[in-house]
Design a protein around this ligand. Structure first.
Ligand SMILES: *Cc1c(COP(=O)(O)O)cnc(C)c1O
Length: 431
């Protein structure tokens, strides 16, 4: 049971947070709590307070905390070999690459690059797109060509490393680090004309730009507040990419691995219009809490552009991460959690509106990547109120809450969360 927390933060929590601020770089602000252990969708802080976790480490803990099969797989792998370097390979790494190609329905000849985070998956995609761009007519500088471009969308988020940040829109987190990687441009998300115009700038002469190597996009813009771009728009993006020989990179770091009610969001007709990407990037939920990420290149021709020396990382494809990921995928399959994501997401969105709480204007999302639009911009106050009452949710925007519970969240857990959401006062102060 989630207990009502009427008392102030306990002593252990404030003691640790005091130390945190002394030694940990202040890039995340003050953490909300110091957590100690979890079970399923429930987690406990160092003072023993229990929370129902509807954020799950930002869509990472896809099979909840301490799933016995995950713990067993990671422990057994740790007892065998935890790391090898990429001078050597391991069985879990090879099995995982094959499994990801299968789940993505990628064509024969598709290959996987492993990294350790979402940003690294996108770095790999950007680098592969750059190599591809060099193969396009008009991109050869030695004969008067211009470097190929990459197009990203406004409100898109692709990570914090310099390459991924160059494709990340939010000015407050991007502009302090400019100049960034050149040749990455933004167009207005959801506006096909804007993309058409960006493609049309390719050309000869002084004002003409280089060809477009790739468009990188999310299908549901997660960090921007769980905003689906719409199947019609995505279909048009794919068509324009095809006409202009540009690649379509779909960033599934947040949407992937079952979260939206399919293994990948592009497999949802109502999100993608049925398009096939040229590259998919993944991370967050892929290994159920172990740092792991990467990129799937569709088809052998594109995959073959990466050759020995093109890219790499010491930890990439680490056997512990691969074992954690295989265990996570195994549990998602065995416990039918992709279908559960769809059903529980529906229950959550319907239930939020059925609370009748005037704070909630509308619910959106797919599967278990959801948000509720608030009647006024008080998301931080709402998040803190929910936390005090035993529910972890995320203030993804000043006027929206994000929900990304574990995929094995139960109907009872959802009801419990809804009971707390129903009681949130609708007159909390604005952020
Ligand atoms: C979280 C996220 C990233 C970055 O992942 P990290 O593991 O934090 O580097 C990239 N793209 C999307 C869509 C994300 O949600």
């Amino acid at each position: 049971m989630v207990t009502e927390q009427t008392e102030k933060l306990g002593s252990e929590d404030s003691k640790w947070l005091g130390e945190y601020s002394q030694v940990h770089m202040n890039v995340f602000g003050t953490p909300l709590r110091v957590l100690d252990h979890g079970q399923g969708a429930h987690v406990w802080d160092v003072d023993g307070n229990e929370y129902l976790d509807f954020l799950a480490g930002i869509a990472v803990n896809s099979i909840g905390y301490a799933h016995p099969k995950w713990v067993k797989a990671v422990s057994e792998q740790a007892a065998k070999v935890a790391h090898t370097s990429n001078y050597f390979a391991t069985e879990p790494q090879i099995k995982l690459a094959a499994k990801l190609v299968e789940l993505a329905g990628a064509p024969e000849g598709s290959h996987v690059y492993f990294g350790n985070s979402g940003a690294e998956g996108n770095e790999a995609a950007i680098k592969l797109a750059k190599l591809y761009g060099r193969t396009l007519p008009g991109a050869t500088p030695s004969i008067g060509g211009k470097p190929a471009r990459i197009i990203a969308l406004t409100h898109g988020f692709h990570g914090r490393t310099l390459g991924a940040l160059s494709a990340t829109w939010k000015p407050s987190i991007r502009t302090p680090f400019e100049p960034l990687v050149p040749g990455i441009e933004f167009v207005e998300a959801g506006n096909p004309m804007a993309l058409y115009e960006a493609f049309a700038q390719t050309g000869q002469g002084h004002y003409g730009k280089g060809p477009v190597a790739a468009v990188i996009m999310e299908l549901i813009q997660g960090e921007a507040g769980v905003r689906p771009l719409g199947a019609d728009y995505v279909k048009k993006v794919r068509q324009m990419c095809d006409i202009n020989h540009a690649l379509l990179i779909i960033d599934e770091v947040q949407t992937g691995m079952g979260r939206t009610g399919k293994w990948f969001a592009f497999q949802r007709e109502d999100l993608s219009g049925g398009v096939t990407p040229d590259m998919v990037t993944f991370a967050k939920g892929v290994a159920g809490g172990f740092p792991m990420g990467g990129m799937i290149a569709f088809g052998s021709k594109l995959s073959a552009l990466f050759t020995p020396g093109s890219h790499g990382s010491t930890f990439a494809g680490n056997p512990l991460g691969a074992a954690a990921s295989l265990a996570t995928i195994g549990v998602i399959e065995d416990e039918n959690l992709v279908a559960n994501a769809e059903a529980r997401g529906q229950q959550l969105r319907d239930g939020i509106m059925a609370t009748g709480n005037p704070l909630f204007e509308s619910a959106r999302g797919r599967g278990l990547l959801d948000a509720v639009q608030l009647s006024h911009p008080c998301a931080h106050a709402v998040m803190n109120w929910a936390l005090e009452h035993g529910l972890i949710v995320n203030a993804v925007a000043p006027d929206a809450l994000r929900f990304a519970p574990p995929l094995n969240v139960t109907a009872q857990d959802v009801d419990q969360a809804l009971a707390i959401l129903a009681r949130i006062p609708d007159d909390l102060p604005n952020d």
